[in-house]
Design a protein around this ligand. Structure first.
Ligand SMILES: C[S@@+](CC[C@H](N)C(=O)[O-])C[C@H]1O[C@@H](n2cnc3c(N)ncnc32)[C@H](O)[C@@H]1O
Length: 207
């Protein structure tokens, strides 16, 4: 296996799902720049019309997408998201405090589905169902971007989170065209300052 330092290596995501309170994470990440993978993905979006931010956290990416002219659906199970939603009055922003597995993803709706460091936190019981719903929510030609954690990730013993091999991911996206697929394996601090071994796949793909 080739271990690379990704161009997305400055990405920094959170904490173990065993820490149920994400407030430290939101505090550390709020007002930060949009995720570089999302910025890259946007170059491939033909119509900047409707986007969904899946696991929107402190809403940095949601704000960026609004600024790019998208109508944005922003979903996260954590109530902190609601408190941070200072620009909730924006009529182009639709926030839903919900678990991914309970959200009623509309079909063929979005030009962009962005899941920045969020999908690995889904319980494996729900993972395939949620990913299928996300994929079907994209219009034909729409763009998916997101991270998946690999089996060498330090948190991979957490049975409430989902980890993948490269081969599994290739199969999961065989009905999409892959635009970018980067594997990153690195020791680096989390957003809240703890050293961690990261094994991350950064994916951009077109439906
Ligand atoms: C690591 S944070 C990433 C936040 C943001 N996308 C970013 O890049 O900074 C993961 C987010 O996903 C949310 N999340 C994790 N599992 C979820 C689930 N099953 N349903 C809804 N939200 C979930 C958490 O509440 C958290 O806000």
């Amino acid at each position: 296996m080739k271990y690379t330092e990704s161009k997305y290596a400055n990405d920094d995501a959170g904490q173990s799902e065993s820490q149920k309170d994400w407030s430290d994470y939101y505090e550390a990440t709020k007002q930060g720049p949009p995720r570089p993978l999302l910025v890259s993905a946007l170059k491939h979006v033909t119509n900047k019309n409707r986007a969904i931010d899946i696991g929107s956290g402190a809403l940095n990416d949601t704000r960026y997408l609004l600024g790019q002219g998208f109508d944005v659906v922003s979903i996260d199970k954590n109530p902190t998201m609601e408190q941070e939603a200072v620009d909730k009055q924006n009529e182009k922003l639709h926030t839903f405090m919900t678990k991914f597995e309970d959200f009623n993803f509309p079909e063929n709706e979005y030009d962009l589905a962005s899941a920045m460091y969020s999908l690995p936190f889904i319980d494996p019981i729900h993972f395939n169902y949620v990913l299928a719903k996300i994929k079907s929510s994209l219009k034909k030609g729409g763009i998916f971007c997101g991270q998946f954690f690999g089996v060498h990730d330090e948190w991979s013993t957490n049975q409430k989170m989902t980890f993948h091999t490269k081969d599994q991911l290739k199969v999961m996206f065989e009905d999409f065209s892959i635009i970018s697929f980067e594997e990153e394996e690195i020791d680096k601090e989390t957003a809240t300052g703890k050293m961690k071994h990261w094994h991350v796949f950064h994916v951009i793909a077109r439906k």
